[in-house]
Design a protein around this ligand. Structure first.
Ligand SMILES: [Zn+2]
Ligand SMILES: [Zn+2]
Length: 240
């Protein structure tokens, strides 16, 4: 039993690390094609981004591995595998609930980490990337990584979700984490500038957080930023 727990956590750490390397690597390669020179002179920064991200991968992987083990061997969590366990309309709703809950947690912990004393300890690492690159997706101080690592492992105990929809949530989390930092907008202008785009966060929005610090704190949605009047719109440095 203990061996299975150790193997599960080791496997999850490896999965999170490899997923990071694969997706950040893919978008970093795409960046050198779309924005030649974007990475020029950032070699030392990128090495730091990868180093912090791999430490974060361990911090994210351990609770995920414990929960995966508990799901498999003890029936923990409200993750389900039977497509008929809940109505079909619940599938997209569950994805939205997870993203919204994660976004809410992120917005408020992120604002807290911009308190000057907390910032210096826990969040300066993430903002040391100037400008951030696709490798900065998980470039967090361990304290910040810990605040992010507990969200999904806690949610799976509270909100039912199909295992495939959990896969969708994790994919959105990883892809948006990478692309929001890569230094250019991959979504078309008609979407980013549309009424729907006014509620979702893409690179144009998060870039401005890295330029100005005291605004645009959200993760997936602009709901909290707009409600709390911390939304300053999109970065002017790269217009989609
Ligand atoms: Zn960021
Ligand atoms: Zn920040």
């Amino acid at each position: 039993m203990l061996l299975a727990l150790i193997l599960s956590t080791m496997a999850m750490v490896a999965i999170v690390a490899l997923r990071y390397l694969a997706i950040s690597g893919a978008f970093a390669a795409l960046t050198t094609r779309v924005r030649p020179g974007h990475h020029a002179g950032l070699g030392a920064q990128i090495r730091r981004e990868i180093g912090w991200s791999l430490v974060s991968a361990a911090i994210y992987g351990i609770p995920a591995g414990v929960v995966a083990w508990g799901w498999d061997s003890l029936g923990w969590t409200r993750i389900y595998a039977d497509w008929n366990a809940y109505p079909l309309w619940y599938l997209p709703l569950s994805v939205f609930l997870y993203l919204f809950a994660h976004d809410t947690w992120f917005y408020w912990t992120h604002r807290w980490m911009h308190e000057p004393r907390v910032f210096r300890v826990a969040h300066a690492v993430h903002h040391a990337s100037r400008p951030p690159t696709a490798w900065a997706a998980m470039s967090f101080h361990p304290i910040e990584a810990l605040t992010g690592a507990v969200v999904i492992p806690l949610l799976v105990f509270l909100v039912p979700i199909h295992i495939a929809m959990l896969g969708v949530v994790l994919t959105v989390m990883t892809v948006m984490g990478v692309t929001n930092h890569m230094g250019w907008e991959m979504f078309p202008r008609w979407l980013v500038r549309s009424p729907v785009g006014g509620w979702i966060i893409t690179a144009s929005h998060h870039q401005l957080h890295h330029e100005r610090y005291q605004c645009n704190y959200g993760l997936y949605f602009r709901f909290w930023d707009r409600l709390c009047k911390t939304d300053r719109g999109l970065s002017k440095s790269f217009q989609p």
